[in-house]
Design a protein around this ligand. Structure first.
Ligand code: URA
Length: 218
């Protein structure tokens, strides 16, 4: 092992200690360089299941990698798994998921299995709080690799947190929703998060119009 690799490993061990780990079992460490992240979805998923790079690994029940058509033209990116998703290891399976499924089926006239659904972070933030920057930043390379492999034509950012972590832009979702941005060889369209829509019925019509734009682009 080179000096640099040893230093990186030590750095990682110190990070684990700062998260409260007092020992660790022998594990394969995640590659640090983004170009050494696996290039196939299967291998990537395996890596993510063995990821311990942030404190969310301590409280997760299941990793929620993402699911759907690996050749999808359309990809939805949420914020992070909630309690139901953590329980089942699948994205958007709770009430917000039921609404997202309706949006896909009733507005876009697609099946949920036609699209790909993922999140900014793959593990549930405690009490459903938004992911912290350090959590999103270590997890984003996995999402970016999913986007690279799936190569969707359109990415819908669900909610302000998703939009912010995808783009680095701090604008409010109300300022950017429904706009069409160029993003990583795709079009990015932010809209309201389904959980927000469940609490704010009157915003559903805005998301309906955003989805009509998505439909027109497909
Ligand atoms: N909310 C999200 O942002 N993602 C999920 O997977 C579920 C709820």
């Amino acid at each position: 092992m080179s000096k640099l690799e040893t230093l990186k490993m030590l750095q990682e061990l110190y990070a684990y200690r700062s998260y409260g780990f007092t020992y660790y079992k022998k594990r394969e460490f995640m590659p640090q360089k983004s170009n050494s992240i696996p290039n196939s979805l299967d291998k990537l998923e395996k890596s993510v299941h063995g990821c311990f790079l942030c404190a969310l690994c301590k409280t997760r029940k299941n990793v929620v990698f993402g699911e759907g058509n690996i050749h999808a033209k359309l990809m939805f990116v949420g914020e992070g798994p909630g309690a139901f998703e953590d329980e089942q290891g699948r994205p958007f399976v709770g009430n917000a998921g039921a609404l997202l499924t309706k949006m896909i089926e009733n507005v876009l006239h697609l099946k949920r299995s036609d699209v790909y659904i993922a999140n900014i972070v793959k593990c549930r933030p405690p009490a459903n709080r938004p992911p912290l920057p350090e959590e999103a930043n270590v997890c984003k390379p996995y999402l970016f690799k999913q986007i690279e492999i799936i190569a969707p034509q359109i990415i819908v950012a669900l909610g302000g947190t998703s939009y912010h972590y995808l783009t680095g832009d701090d604008k409010k979702i109300t300022q950017v929703r429904g706009e069409i941005f160029e993003y990583k060889n795709a079009k990015l369209i932010p809209t309201f998060h389904p959980s927000y829509l469940l609490r704010n019925e009157s915003s559903k019509k805005d998301t309906y119009h955003d989805l009509l734009k998505v439909k027109a682009l497909l």
